[in-house]
Design a protein around this ligand. Structure first.
Ligand code: NAI
Length: 701
């Protein structure tokens, strides 16, 4: 029973036991209210401890209740009841006291926490605000500064930080419940007051309009486009300026507006999509896994080094192989520099830098890879170079070691064909910088075995990546969609849009930067070299004309001081370039393209509808299992704004599938079917008035 009371002397311990994370379900809420009620009538109880069984204190609301609507009593009612208890209540925190769990604790009179625990209010990440008085009680305990940081970031803090801020009162190194009982006994003994967080007064003189504006500006870049962080600020401001009950009403209004805002639906979709992406229809839940104790990496370039860091960070030894000692030393030097930069920023200790570096070895000799359980190849993007590497690996490593390629575009089935046991080959497509970007596209080739796929999915989780399974096709999920997005951006430029206009519109949509500036950052020579290996009939020649001429002039992007844009030395801000503009005019004339005024709306529609149309193709072909997988790819690999839910969620919920199809058909009429043929899946969905969710199961092979 939730809320069972165990007596320990004169202290009543209220137990919650709702595995796995003690989510605050209907039964938990009822149990808590009843327990407080009966304890207040029990004369043998002097004070109470609120405790949880299992691995954590209450870690938040029960998300399974979201869909059907939460039944009363609400969490706020529970907090009210705790706050009105005539006997002292001590919350015994451990594990992850998040969201509603922390709000419950804030309603108690005192809080003791296990040193290893964390507390946080992650609601903002789901587009909402803490709605059970958390925004009103926390600032009263800690002041506005800590509360603003915790609530607007959604990131948890350690017990030590929470203690320093005043969010908790005491720390226990172990045996949290015993420590909480002792704390309660001590409070009773010294006749401590029933300290109620709602009665505390905030020194509002420090937190005036200027203070809030300064804070608002400090998070503006990180929260661009999102509505919930501003609501968090408003709620904390209400805590500073209003009496408690008025503040609670204000919190309720703000909470309601967030719940009704499409951004919260989008962010919740993102949360569930990322979890769903790890469940692959082809795999059994208890699929057999291979042990991975040692990782080999071929190539110590941009990607190889970053990939190595992921494994060293979680304690797995890595050996990187390069062709020559010089390249190896350079690659290892870059890794060290990256770690040291993190240490200088306070993200890790210098001791940890040495620890990680000691796990990364270098070699120029394939013989040093014989012990590897997984080898990831990250050499030049060239099929025959990669095939040679795989043949070599085939003769070196054990027959069941997993062989992965980091290729961006190449046919992994062809790479696998040179290996005697191709079932162990797959793609592990990391994104640059590989030690930072969360996405890992896991590309299953024709013969990849379920065991290999399951092992790499598990490994992705271990190295803290968002793993998404894709099938083998040109560019897999992310880069195949990028091809449409980038092509339309460049076509729009040839038709009369300025590069900076296109990039501004894409940035304002919520992308981290425009696609043209992004190409300059990544290096436009990458695409050039790729096209050299491609049949001209497979890509749009006019839209690549400017890029190709720029590369031939030595303008490869930021790294060469100029590309589509000019750059001042040491500065990454793009400056419109007369060289590019001249090439654009030249291309427009060469290909007979009439220049005209281009409106911002057309830029959004052509760039993103083209991206989404390819997304529907990927689903139709079974290259992506679910639309949510595509959204996970775009948010974690390309910076698509999470508050729009990813491109497919946006297509369905913001644009509307019928409207998108109409526009795509219009573009097909105007610009031809070659790049604008509507995806058959999109046509079917619209014809059948179906949603992406309706057809989900049918999409799974
Ligand atoms: P890079 O040119 O920075 O590094 C490649 C490294 O491989 C060089 O250090 C080179 O010396 C080494 N190498 C070449 N042939 C070798 C061989 N036979 N044996 C051992 N080492 C060899 O290239 P980058 O950017 O790291 O790309 C590597 C792979 O990752 C490519 O397939 C690329 O498509 C893919 N990729 C690149 C991304 C990026 O943003 N740079 C993003 C995702 C994937």
């Amino acid at each position: 029973m939730q809320g069972a009371i165990e007596k320990r002397g004169s202290i009543g311990v209220i137990w919650i036991d709702n595995p796995p994370v003690n989510a605050i379900s209907f039964a938990v809420r009822i149990g808590l209210i009843n327990a407080i009620q009966s304890a207040s009538l029990d004369d043998s109880i002097d004070a109470l401890v609120l405790a949880c069984r299992g691995r954590t204190f209450m870690a938040g609301a029960d998300i399974s209740e979201f869909a059907s609507g939460v039944k009363p009593p609400h969490l706020g009612d529970v907090v009210d009841k705790l706050a009105a208890s005539p006997k002292i209540v001590v919350a015994a925190l451990f594990g992850t006291t998040f969201g509603g769990g922390l709000e419950v604790a804030l309603g108690c009179n005192y809080r003791i926490a296990l040193a290893s625990g964390k507390v946080g209010l992650p609601e903002v990440k789901l587009g909402i605000i803490p709605g059970a008085q958390g925004t009103q009680r926390l600032p009263r305990l800690t002041g506005a500064e800590f509360a603003l940081k915790l609530i607007t970031s959604g990131n948890p803090v350690s017990t030590a930080e929470a203690l320093a801020a005043g969010a908790i009162d005491r720390v226990a190194e172990e045996n949290i419940v015993e420590a909480a009982v002792e704390f309660a006994e001590e409070l009773v003994l010294r006749k401590a007051p029933l300290r109620k967080s709602h009665e505390l007064v905030i020194d509002s003189s420090k937190f005036d309009e200027v203070y809030f504006n300064t804070f608002r500006n400090s998070i503006a870049r990180r929260t661009r486009g999102m509505d919930a962080p501003e609501c968090c600020i408003q709620a904390v401001k209400a805590a500073v300026e209003l009496p408690f009950l008025d503040g609670v009403n204000r919190e309720r209004e703000l909470s309601r507006s967030c719940i009704q805002n499409p951004q919260s639906k989008a962010l919740q979709h993102v949360f569930f999509a990322e979890r769903a992406a790890t469940k692959v229809p082809l795999l059994k839940k208890d699929a057999e896994l291979s042990p991975i104790n040692r990782v080999g990496i071929i190539g110590a370039g941009t990607m190889g080094g970053g990939i190595a860091m992921n494994f060293a960070n979680v304690g797995l030894p890595v050996t990187i192989l390069e062709l020559e000692q010089g390249a190896l030393d350079k690659g290892l030097g870059v890794i060290r520099k990256n770690y040291e930069a993190s240490a200088h920023k306070g993200r890790m200790s210098f001791e940890m830098v040495e620890q990680c570096m000691s796990l990364i070895g270098g070699t120029t000799n394939y013989g040093d890879l014989t012990e590897s359980d997984l080898v990831i190849e990250a050499v030049f993007e060239n099929l025959s170079v990669k095939q040679k590497v795989f043949s070599k690996l085939n003769s070196i490593v054990s027959n069941d070691a997993i062989l992965a390629t980091n290729t961006s575009y190449l046919d992994i089935n062809e790479i696998a064909s040179v290996v005697t046991n191709p079932g162990r080959v797959l793609g592990m497509h990391f994104f640059s910088p590989a030690n930072v970007m969360r996405l890992l596209e896991i590309v299953r080739a024709e013969k990849t075995t379920p065991k290999v796929l399951a092992t790499v999915l598990k490994l992705a989780k271990m190295i803290k990546k968002a793993g998404v399974v894709a099938g083998v096709c040109y560019g897999f999920i992310g880069n195949r969609m990028l091809s449409g997005y980038g092509r339309e951006a460049h076509k729009l430029v040839l038709e009369g849009a300025k590069m900076e206009q296109v990039d501004r519109v894409l940035f304002n949509f919520g992308m981290p930067m425009g696609v043209i500036a992004m190409a300059d950052m990544a290096g436009i020579d990458i695409g050039y070299r790729l096209r050299e290996q491609m049949d001209e009939s497979t890509y749009d020649i006019p839209s690549t004309y400017v890029a190709d001429r720029l590369v031939e002039m030595g303008r490869c992007g930021q790294k060469s001081g100029g590309g589509f844009y000019d750059y001042s030395p040491g500065n990454r801000t793009p400056i419109p370039s007369a060289v590019s503009e001249k090439l654009v005019s030249e291309a427009a004339e060469k290909f007979g393209i009439q220049q005209r005024e281009i409106y911002d709306d057309e830029i959004v529609e052509r760039c993103f509808y083209s991206m989404c149309n390819i997304g529907f193709e990927l689903l139709d072909e079974g290259m992506a299992f679910r639309s949510g997988d595509i959204d996970t790819v775009y948010i974690n690999g390309y910076g698509f704004p999470a508050w729009r839910g990813g491109p497919m969620h946006w297509a369905e919920n913001n644009v509307g599938l019928d409207r998108m199809l109409d526009s795509i058909r219009n573009f097909a009429d105007k610009y031809g079917e070659r790049w604008w043929k509507p995806s058959p899946l999109l046509e079917r969905l619209v014809a059948e008035k179906a949603s992406l969710r309706d057809i989900q199961n049918k999409l799974q092979p």
